[in-house]
Design a protein around this ligand. Sequence first.
Ligand SMILES: Cc1cc2nc3c(=O)[nH]c(=O)nc-3n(C[C@H](O)[C@H](O)[C@H](O)COP(=O)(O)O)c2cc1C
Length: 160
Amino acid sequence: MNNKFKKSLIAYYSFSGNTAIMAEKIKEIVDGDLFEIKHLKKPSLLSLYINAGKKKFFNVKAKIDLDPLPDISAYDSIFIGAPVYAWTIPDILASFLSSNDFKGKKTISFATYGGGAGKFFDDFKKTIKNASVIDGIAIKNVKASDFAQKINLWLESIDV
Ligand SMILES: Cc1cc2nc3c(=O)[nH]c(=O)nc-3n(C[C@H](O)[C@H](O)[C@H](O)COP(=O)(O)O)c2cc1C
């Protein structure tokens, strides 16, 4: 593809590696820089399920401390991805989106999931500040044989 995305940052959160695989594939195709959104201290899987349940049933959101985002002024396109948790964006992504200012930036969301993406993309848009958002795709199986083709077709279809 001719690089319509220009200089890209691919920021992602991944606990068990699926979204990392998707982020790496996007990076390979658009030739961008990767940034991993991480907890300062890695939580247990159990605590992730407990937080996701609290959010779904009691609307309790955990505020999570994060490493600062690198200087984004040099980037034209910012891909931001995470797994679907409790049919929405995980708390760590909500913290990331609300604590950074993406003013004037073109962002492109993406996700991996197990059963259903729910409101992930709507909630992403509601949470990010000052950015235009292009809805991405949610991928269920990053190990499927058509995975690379799906990513290629999706990236080709985006009108930046
Ligand atoms: C706490 C938790 C909640 C999840 N909730 C959902 C969900 O609501 N819908 C869904 O399709 N998958 C759900 N999943 C599955 C993940 O979205 C899926 O396995 C994803 O690919 C994990 O990404 P990762 O390997 O990058 O961490 C959940 C996983 C966890 C750990």
